[in-house]
Design a protein around this ligand. Sequence first.
Ligand code: MG
Ligand code: MG
Length: 253
Amino acid sequence: MNLVKSPAAVRKMRTSGRLLAEVIHEVRQAVEAGVTTAELDALTESETRKRGAVPAFKGYQVGRDVFPASLCASKNDQVVHGIPDDEALSEGDLISLDFGLSFDGYYADSAFSVYLGKPPPRVQELLDVTEAALYTAVSCAKSGARVGDLGNRIQTKCEAAGFGVVRNFVGHGIGERLHEEPAVPNFGKRGTGLSLRSGMCLAIEPMVTMGSARTITLGDRWTVVTRDGSLAAHFEHTVLLTDDGPEILTTLD
Ligand code: MG
Ligand code: MG
């Protein structure tokens, strides 16, 4: 992995994170019943290019499969990597939006889930617990901690609430490339895995389900859904480990 060590690199990572947070802010405002995920994708791309940045997912290649959009839009039982389409969102949909960009050679990556309308209590709990698990993991992402500590925090919190933690998709290092070492699983044992240190930059991203954690990938070769059809939530931030502790880059705060 590339350690983000030089002050110039740190500045560029902060800029990428900030730009991404701005784009996500705009897109979040547009999420409502009646809008299509293709429209959200178009907005994501235009807000990104307006800022001189480049969408990171459009054209992203795994083997021979090329992701066709700037935004991953995963609805209801879709966990991640949903492809935007022309179907309008409606009240009662749970939508997860995941987005990455690069600016001046450095990447940022973030995701959030939102329910349209007033969520049933258990769905609200899924959202709250998944987001809280992200922030719990962020708070322990500092020099001296191990990768397994982060996963353990997420797994413990989510499973204690009776939710499933997806195993076959994980967080990752990020910097001069979108996906770098190390893998950052959302499960694990404390005191195991790579030792973290300042200068590392991680995309931490719990993917949590209301039922079984098992997933399948649809025939489009991208869209990941829960095998049992249960709802899923996904929250992600890009986090820089500094000498003063974790710094969330993908936020407007
Ligand atoms: Mg992401
Ligand atoms: Mg990511």
